[in-house]
Design a protein around this ligand. Sequence first.
Ligand code: NAD
Ligand code: GLY
Length: 348
Amino acid sequence: MRKIIVKLSERSYPVIMGARLENLGAYLKKRFVSKKIFIITNPGIKRLYFGRLSVGLRKAGFDVSIVTIADGERFKTLRSVNNLYKQAIKIKLDRRSIVIALGGGVIGDVAGFFAATYMRGLPLVQVPTTLLAMVDSSVGGKTGVDLPEGKNLVGSFYQPKLVWIDLSTLKTLPTRQIRNGMSEVIKYGIIKDKAFFSFLEKNVGLIKKLDPGIFEKIVFNCCKIKADVVSKDEREEKGLREMLNFGHTFGHAIEVLGGYQKYSHGEAVSIGMNMASELSAKRGLLSAAGMKQIKNLIQKIGLPITSAKEIKFKKILDMMKRDKKVRDGKIRIVLPIKIGKVIVKEMT
Ligand code: NAD
Ligand code: GLY
């Protein structure tokens, strides 16, 4: 097992990689007093992984309840959170009960928001089962839900007590979802780690073959970068965490315009990263070669670089104005100036 600590003084927590779902119970038993566990997941993930997770939890003496949310970004809503509150009351969860988010980024964000707000906060354990959730959403404490008007418009910063990554869950992940996660992986290379970007370029073949060794390295490196950024700028106030939004301001708008169905989060972010790179090159901030390198890697992984024709640039810009990152009416865009380095620019 490998461990990375997200350093946030008394709220510090470990991200454990190479863990097994079956062993989470024994780990929690040594560290928590409560015996009550509330697992939040969706029906498909429940079918795949509840057995492996619950066997260890029950063996360790936990009283385990499980509740499901329908699968998909469309269900990342306040309505889903409200249903969780109702279930929690029914089974008499108390403030020490442990919430486990078992799933991808949607489950992690909704369950995290539930844990942050129910009884003003319950201990949260993130158990990510998608590549995207392993490398990004389970670490760093952003939780929340969408509104029809925009993505992630309601939420809170709420750090988990633990992130428990069992890489074997990637074996059942559909290829489209692997690609989806690869979008956030490429992001880390562009914003902060040139050597990692080159490593990805060299290993496209192994990535596409779903080589387990490659994913171990990828998840570890991404979590290391994310933990470092979050430790230094937890609430996105110091201009550092903002760079993790590279591709996302365009991407969120594209996701909304596609009705949260046409593009997955990672696909929309890929289009967004390409748009930001083109914009940066147009402004003379990024070389044409740099722009091409970014475009090439995104395409080689099999991710899109342009959105459907009906999603027009003007519509994207209008939608971007509703983004959380807008300050005084100005959109803040993260632009690459070379592979491994980005800056933030304001646009009206
Ligand atoms: P997702 O949670 O919708 O999961 C994708 C699909 O994979 C779903 O159908 C899910 O049921 C399925 N799945 C999950 N694990 C599986 C497994 N092991 N085997 C088979 N199928 C499995 O999507 P996602 O890409 O994981 O997350 C996207 C969400 O994450 C978006 O809502 C985005 O806004 C959010 N996000 C949050 C942060 C953050 O910091 N909180 C960061 C990035 C993205
Ligand atoms: N995914 C962006 C962040 O965690 O800040």
